[in-house]
Design a protein around this ligand. Structure first.
Ligand SMILES: [Zn+2]
Length: 224
């Protein structure tokens, strides 16, 4: 019953999209269809339903090449899969200029890494997140004093940085980074406030890029 009500809602949504958004931007869609896509950014984020890349960056169809998976993981280059294929396609074929890895607060994947017993029966989740087990060690070593929620947020931040390292391990990414043709960035979307924190390599901290309420930039402190 719930599923069919949801489906009804989605069908109404399709009608509304076609009547309003599509009609207003028909020219853009026609151009995208005839000329193809030319996105400048690869956006890697979590599958979490509360994170909407186009919405939080106010971007349009054709702007972002998006990869979503549980925990916004970039597999190491020796573990090929759908995400690695998307990174390769975005960099080698589409020639994106930026790659953003965007984690988010209250990430269930990061909470699971900290409490692996929660995913004991989930064989695929467990195997997928095994790639980020190093994050658990970092949290235990440097953030043991923090309360639970803060530990998850710290894991979100450390995980984003680990995925940036995995990105650099792809030879075609490293080559373009060295040539200055590609830039990579780590972001954290704070669900409850709408703020987005970007990693600053100079300070080693995540600092608010913009805040929904225009508040002064806040820093999410990391432990080196
Ligand atoms: Zn998540």
């Amino acid at each position: 019953m719930r599923a069919s009500l949801m489906m009804e809602k989605l069908v109404k949504g399709i009608h509304s999209f076609q009547k309003h958004f599509f009609t207003k931007h028909q020219e853009l869609f026609e151009q995208l269809a005839s000329r193809g896509q030319n996105p400048e950014t690869l956006f890697v984020t979590c599958s979490d339903s509360r994170v909407d890349p186009n919405l939080i960056t106010n971007s349009r169809p054709g702007d972002l090449f998006i990869v979503r998976n549980v925990g916004n993981v970039i597999p190491r280059p020796d573990l090929p899969g759908g995400t690695a294929a998307a990174v390769e396609y975005a960099v080698e074929v589409l020639g994106v200029k930026d790659i953003i890895v965007c984690g988010h607060t209250q990430c269930g994947a990061m909470a699971s890494i900290l409490q692996p017993e929660k995913m004991a029966s989930l064989q695929y989740v467990k195997r997928w997140l095994a790639q980020t087990e190093g994050v658990r060690n970092i949290i235990q070593t440097r953030y043991g004093h923090l309360p639970g929620d803060a530990k998850v947020t710290a894991a979100v931040a450390e995980n984003v940085l680990m995925q940036l390292e995995h990105l650099r391990a792809y030879p075609f990414v490293a080559e373009k980074l060295d040539a200055g043709k590609l830039h990579i960035a780590g972001w954290i979307f704070e669900i409850g406030t709408g703020a987005i924190h970007g990693f600053d390599p100079d300070t080693g901290e995540f600092t608010a890029i913009s805040s929904a309420d225009g508040a002064a930039a806040e820093t999410m402190h990391r432990q080196e």
